[in-house]
Design a protein around this ligand. Sequence first.
Ligand SMILES: Nc1ncnc2c1ncn2[C@@H]1O[C@H](COP(=O)(O)OP(=O)(O)OP(=O)(O)O)[C@@H](O)[C@H]1O
Ligand SMILES: [Mg+2]
Length: 246
Amino acid sequence: MTKQDLNLNAQTLTMIAHKLRTPLSIITGYCEAVQAQSKHSLEPFTAKALEEISVQGTHLSQLVDKLADFNKVFAIAEQHLKKQPVELKPLIKESAAKALAMEESLAGSAAQADTVRRGTFVETDCPAQLTITADAPLVRLCIEELLINAMKFNNKTEKVIKVQCLNHGNSVSISVRDYGIGIRPQDVNRVFEPFYQVDDDLTGQITGWGLGLPMAQRIVELHNGTISIVSDRGLGSIFTINLPNL
Ligand SMILES: Nc1ncnc2c1ncn2[C@@H]1O[C@H](COP(=O)(O)OP(=O)(O)OP(=O)(O)O)[C@@H](O)[C@H]1O
Ligand SMILES: [Mg+2]
């Protein structure tokens, strides 16, 4: 494949994502407006159908956003990163808030969203003022992907996710630990391949593209870092990012 082909593909993907966004936001917008207007007068079936349209619309919007983000991250060159000193603790807090909001948005009803809010915890252990030199929006996106996975591939009623940052002098590590379904050894090496998703009885109905981890890996590599996994099937996973401390 020539570089020209790649550029064309990147442009095409961006255009597809852009074209899908407008009709999608109209569908979800109208759906929410009808739900809000007729809150107490809807037949149970109609209420359920609107709920499902809204959840699937949100889901589709997230798929489109992921495709656009993936495309953006793979199109960027290292020399075009906007590197600046960034404090890790607040950045992780922002990523956690976004991941939680994403999880809630797929919960269907307000009651379910409330259950998610009460049942998912992100505990952060990060030295105050620990700072790295990085492209902040990209690193935020990378941590978000790891947190969303930690919530998504998790069959616990109460989901505890632990983020730990350590300063090793010439590098900084950020690990995201979950106690969810874990990954079998034969799948661990494959999860960074674009579109690879483990398909078995524990993962259930697969959502997403299989693009989050390749995107996270690319972001880390753009910063000359590494990403690794330690996982035990049934017990959970630890994803660790190592970034040079410049
Ligand atoms: N924390 C985790 N625990 C268990 N399995 C995981 C975890 N994170 C990723 N996986 C497995 O790796 C696969 C690839 O992850 P990736 O984030 O790339 O894709 P996805 O989450 O399925 O979709 P997308 O990120 O595009 O929405 C997942 O489908 C899942 O099977
Ligand atoms: Mg993912």
